[in-house]
Design a binder for this molecule. Structure first.
Ligand SMILES: *[C@@H]1O[C@H](CO)[C@@H](O)[C@H](O)[C@H]1NC(C)=O
Ligand SMILES: *[C@@H]1O[C@H](CO)[C@@H](O)[C@H](O)[C@H]1NC(C)=O
Ligand SMILES: *[C@@H]1O[C@H](CO)[C@@H](O)[C@H](O)[C@H]1NC(C)=O
Length: 294
């Protein structure tokens, strides 16, 4: 009888344990891409990473304090959605992560924006290795239908901002670019002058892999692209772009408001916001001697 009760207890305990959500992405098929150039900043995170690891410098690969709403911690922002496969440059020991925005995603007093942007640790605003020589930023994106972006708005998703905050050397965006008549359901690369130099339709099921080579010596920018586990292909030539001004990469979401000429401080944002985008295969590699991992 006692044995039976004990057994019952053990079964109950076991089923309690089993009821916990499974570790994320455990069954995801790893990507088959090989990184062949030296990695300068690695934003690929270990499969064992938990959201609270993003809250401190000791355990995060990113700046633990920026750029986010002051009431939020990174562990409130980062999610780990289940994905069937990891993108091309994630392997069996790494996993993608989702960056989300909510009504609380107000950085400092920028009431017009909703934003949450990761910066690599070590990517200092001046004199960063990321703003010298020739560097390629790799990132892969996956749409989350549960936290869909509202493409009636303009979203910055990946960019490099000059040290004096006066400009972004490039913007990788989605949605409705304010003041321009471009298709809204695309990912687009804009140059320093905010002119689109390339775009592709947003695929709501596949991983979409991107790489942007910035030549800080020759002042050019080149885009590479593929889907799922396909090798990247160059989709632009090395187009002229003003890459001067140092600064930092930012990986995450900046959602602009609608209906204002002062996007930083005012305008319309929907309430009860619950939006996000999944990022993976994130790293910056050294493309000196034209090395780009495909
Ligand atoms: C990697 O290659 C293996 C073997 O060809 C394949 O089964 C797997 O699906 C590939 N990974 C991805 C993410 O496509
Ligand atoms: C997977 O990628 C990580 C991140 O770059 C790297 O540290 C690790 O060695 C890789 N693991 C394997 C098995 O290739
Ligand atoms: C999307 O944004 C537009 C413009 O701000 C807004 O009118 C609309 O209600 C939003 N849709 C959703 C589903 O939030």
């Amino acid at each position: 009888m006692l044995g039976h009760t004990l057994l019952g207890l053990m079964v109950a305990t076991a089923s309690l344990v089993d009821a916990r959500p499974p570790p994320h992405n455990v069954h995801a098929v790893a990507g088959n891409g090989t990184v062949k150039c030296p990695v300068v900043f690695d934003g690929r995170i270990a499969k064992t990473t938990v959201a609270t690891d993003f809250d401190s410098y000791a355990t995060s690969k990113f700046n633990a304090e920026y750029v986010k709403g002051k009431e939020l911690k990174w562990s409130d922002i980062i999610k780990f959605p289940d994905v069937a496969a990891t993108p091309r440059f994630d392997n069996a020991s790494t996993k993608p992560f989702e960056v989300t925005i909510s009504d609380k995603s107000i950085f400092q007093t920028q009431n017009g924006f909703r934003r949450a942007g990761l910066q690599f640790q070590g990517d200092t605003n001046t004199d960063s290795p990321g703003s010298k020589g020739v560097k390629t930023l790799h990132f892969s994106l996956k749409w989350d239908a549960q936290r869909a972006l509202n493409l009636s708005h303009e979203y910055l998703l990946v960019w490099h901002e000059a040290a004096d905050y006066s400009a972004n050397q490039f913007n990788f965006e989605a949605g409705t670019i304010i003041g321009q008549s471009l298709a809204k359901d695309t990912y687009k690369v804009l140059n320093r002058k905010n002119q689109q130099i390339w775009s592709t339709a947003i695929d709501k099921t596949a991983w979409q892999n991107f790489a942007i080579t910035l030549d800080f010596n020759k002042n050019t920018l080149q885009v590479y692209y593929s889907k799922d586990d396909e090798p990247l292909k160059s989709v632009t030539s090395a187009v002229s772009n003003d890459n001067s001004g140092n600064g930092q990469y930012q990986i995450g979401i900046l959602k602009k408001p609608t209906g204002t000429s002062d996007v930083v401080n005012s305008g319309f944002q929907s309430r009860n916001l619950n939006e996000g985008l999944t990022y993976g295969s994130l790293f910056l590699e050294d493309s000196a001697s034209s090395c780009v991992s495909l």
